[in-house]
Each structure stands twice: as C-alpha cells, then as structure tokens.
Design a protein around this ligand. Structure first.
Ligand SMILES: *Cc1c(COP(=O)(O)O)cnc(C)c1O
Length: 460
C-alpha cells in the first residue's frame, strides 16, 4: 500500500472560536431545553453535528462572490450566474430560486399534488413527507428491503424497489400519482446512495406511465461520488459526467442548496418542462418572491453558483466523504454499533443495539443524543420514533424499523481531532449505557413535532 493518505484540498484562512462549557452546565442546559437538542443554544454546543444543512464553510471565492452579488429585483446578474451553473451541471433548463429546499417542495407540490394523491419514492425526507401529508396526499416508501437492515452492507441502499414501485402504480393508477420522487442520497435511509442503474430503471417505469420523475437533489454530488467509486463501469466518468447522466433521467428536481451547493441558505427548483415551470412560477411569486430571486439575496445566488462548481469536484468530495468514513471507522473500532455502509454526510448510531433495554416508545435515539451532549458537548439528532411522528389519520406513533442517532458532518468545518472528541464522548456513554433511562413526551406540535417537542425522563 503506497497510496498517500487523503487530505483536505484546501487550507484554512479564517477560524471561528468555539468553547466547551462544563459537564454540569451541559446537564443544566439540556434540562432547560426540555431534553430536545433543537432547543439548545448553539453556543452551548462544542462539536455541532445536528445537521450538515447550511452549516458548511464557504470558500474564499464564495465570499468574494458575495461582494459581487447583484441585488436587482428582476433579472439579477447573480440569478443568471446561478441559472448557468445549474444548466451546466444538472442539464435542466428552467430554474426557480427558493429560500430553501422545503420552499422548493412547497412551490412544486402546489402545482402538482392534489388531495388523495400518492407519491412513491425512496424514504421521503421529513419536510417532503410533511408537504405531501399537509396536502392530504400520501407518501409511499418503495426503498429496497435491504435498506431496513442496519448492519447489512449494500453499495446502494437508497435504491428504489422496482417491483414495489410498479405495484404502487398498478394499485393506485398513474392518474393519482403526480410524480415519483428519488431522494439522492437518501437522507432518512442513512445517507445511502442510489445507483445510476436504478435511477435509469425508475425513469423507464415513470416514462412508460407518463409520470414525472423528480429528484430531491440535496446531496446529488455525494450520490455521484458513490456512483463513481462503487458502481461498475462508472469509475472512468467524472463527477460532472455522472451528474449529467443522473439528471438526464429526471423531469426536474427540488434542491436544498444548504447541502451540496455549500451555502448557508438557499434552494431552487430546476425543470425540464416549460409548462410546469410556468405553473410553478405562479406559486413561486406568491410564496417566495419574484422568479429571478425567490427569497434569495443576489449575493447568496452568486455564492451558490460558485458552490455548485466546488461541490462537484472530486477532490473535495473525496475528502468530505473520507472524513465521514473516518468517524465511522473509529466508532466501529470502539465497538459502537453504527449503520453500514457509512453514509456520505453522516454516521448513524444504531440506538436499538446501543440501548436495547429502552423501548421505542421511550425514544432510545433521543436518549442517546441527550447523553452524548452531556458527555462531550456533541450534538447529533434523533432519526427515530420522534421524527417519524404520528400517523396523520390514526394519530398513533409510527415507530420506524430503525432508531438512529445521526451525526451529520458540516462541510469543510471540523478536523479529525473534533471527530476524536465525538468518539471519546460516545465511548463514555457506551460504558454507562446500562444505567440510561427512557424519555417521555410532555409537549408536541401536530406536525413535524421533533423540532419543538418537550421531554422528561421516565420515572423508575
Ligand atoms: C434538507 C433536505 C430537504 C429540505 O431542505 P431545507 O433546505 O432544509 O428546507 C429536503 N430533502 C432532503 C433530502 C434534505 O436533506
């Protein structure tokens, strides 16, 4: 083995100070936050792995682009820079800016989804599902069965089960299916990629039935990296070529630019059909802003344009995804149960295996998140029964197959020494895992409860 170790294709020009408060202070802070990590002040967090959304570090060129942003209301130069980058990298002609990913969903779904519709896909993201269910439509999960086994190694666990998709279309009829959504990479399923072969096969099915195929494209570049490094016949393609191949299959996408476009805020819709673009434009104007800014400042569109190019460079993606794998590998070395294979943007700790004595209705992954914060000031996020929410009809909890604590890694922000702090803290929780107790809910919102819920430790 004579290959050089991976390293970051950049050096650090500006730093931001972070500090660690004491363990006692953290125990107090999390109590005051009702044991909900979202309710903590970020200042009280040392290594913040709550999300990789909007938390990345922009490059010097992106900061430079901010200064050159054009704040014209209509027809801003920065809009056209962003549109050109999207046309160039995704190959989709029509572009609408939105203030973030869920806003793109809101606009597109307003144009396409009616009450009673069915939207098949691979483990829809929570905001996507929220926007579908809010319209009294339903999201049908057609992810391959292998995705439900947290220890199974499969290179493309985000893949769509083609039989399940065909069955869903046969059962409901294409007339009630306004779109099929493929989430790349599949966030709710553990940051798992979808193969090019699978994307092409889904596109064949949707074309046959005349159903639009939409990508939830937040991490499309990470997905392309996995295609390049895992799918046979793809290693000679560049990331940009793979992006083109993926998007050739799509009729459009919604994008949270806070992920792979490495900006702190922003999103967009990109579409192939002019007619759908016109329909969406109406909703964009109502909800977001004029069609050439859609809730974004000109400077942010300028930084986004630059970020799309930087985010689709192989060296960058290699260092990013290798850092995630570094954390995963270190946790495995310490005997901590994590989801396999490692995700692109996050490592998911398997809370059912970590805390087998805490039943799902007492939120084991939430307990793990709280304890990790107390131990090391590290903040993750629950991807389990809290997030899965209640069934909109029966109002019963709908416990998912897996209870996970997601440790999402911001782009270009932390070093591997920070990752070592995470490993150290989680190991300390692991050593006292048998003493940990469950949590119960004392307050929850009617939809997307995880952001604002209050908990209390169960007595006994
Ligand atoms: C983050 C995300 C969204 C929502 O985007 P926001 O910018 O947070 O509104 C939608 N889908 C996926 C897969 C995401 O990761």
């Amino acid at each position: 083995m004579d290959t050089a170790p991976y390293s970051e294709p950049y050096k650090i020009k500006v730093v931001e100070q972070i500090k660690q408060i004491s363990r006692e202070e953290r125990a107090q802070k999390i109590r005051e936050a009702h044991y909900n990590l979202f309710l903590l002040h970020a200042e009280d967090v040392y290594v913040d792995l709550l999300t990789d959304s909007g938390t990345g570090a922009m490059s010097d060129r992106q900061w430079g682009a901010l200064m050159e942003g054009d704040e014209s209301y209509a027809g801003s130069r920065s809009f056209f820079a962003m549109k050109t980058a999207i046309n160039d990298i995704l190959g989709l002609p029509h572009v609408l800016p939105t203030h973030q990913g869920r806003a793109a969903e809101n606009v597109l779904f307003s144009a396409l989804i009616k009450e009673g519709d069915v939207i098949p896909g691979n483990s829809h993201f929570d905001t996507t599902k929220g926007h579908i269910e809010f319209r009294k439509a339903s999201a049908v999960d057609c992810t391959i069965a292998q995705s439900k086994d947290p220890s199974l190694n499969h290179p493309f666990k985000g893949n769509v089960d083609l039989m399940a998709l065909e069955q869903c279309i046969a059962q409901h009829g294409a007339g009630r299916i306004p779109m099929v959504i493929i989430t790349i990479t599949c966030n709710s399923g553990g940051g798992q990629p979808v193969s090019l072969e699978n994307i092409r096969a889904v596109a064949e099915i949707t074309k046959k039935h005349g159903i639009p195929l939409i990508f939830d494209a937040a991490r499309f570049a990470e997905n392309a990296y996995f295609i390049k490094t895992r799918e046979s016949g793809c290693d000679n393609l560049t990331i940009r070529e793979i992006c083109h191949e993926m998007f050739t299959c799509a009729d459009g996408c919604t994008m949270s630019s806070k992920k792979d476009a490495i900006v702190n805020m922003g999103g967009f819709i990109a579409l192939r059909s002019e007619e759908l673009f016109q329909a969406c434009s109406v909703f964009n104007i109502i909800y977001e802003g004029y069609i050439t800014y859609g809730g974004m400042s000109g400077r942010d569109m300028a930084a986004l344009a630059r970020g799309l190019y930087e985010g689709t460079e192989f060296d960058y993606l290699h260092s990013r995804i290798s850092q995630t794998a570094y954390l995963g590998k270190r946790l495995v070395e310490e005997g901590i149960p994590v989801l396999h294979p490692f995700g692109g943007h996050a490592i998911y700790v398997n809370a059912l295996e970590f805390l087998p004595h805490i039943p799902q209705e007492q939120f084991p992954a939430q307990v793990l998140g709280v304890e990790l914060y107390i131990e090391g000031g590290v903040r993750g996020v629950e991807i389990g029964t809290v997030l899965a929410d209640r069934d909109p009809v029966t109002r019963e909890n709908r416990p998912p197959n897996m209870e996970l604590l997601r440790l999402a890694i911001p782009r270009r922000v932390y070093t591997n020494n920070h990752m070592e702090v995470v490993v150290w803290a989680l190991k300390k929780v692991w050593q006292r895992r048998e003493q940990l107790k469950g949590l119960s809910l004392t307050f929850e919102a009617p939809i997307m409860r995880h952001f604002t819920a209050h908990f209390t430790p169960v007595s006994s």
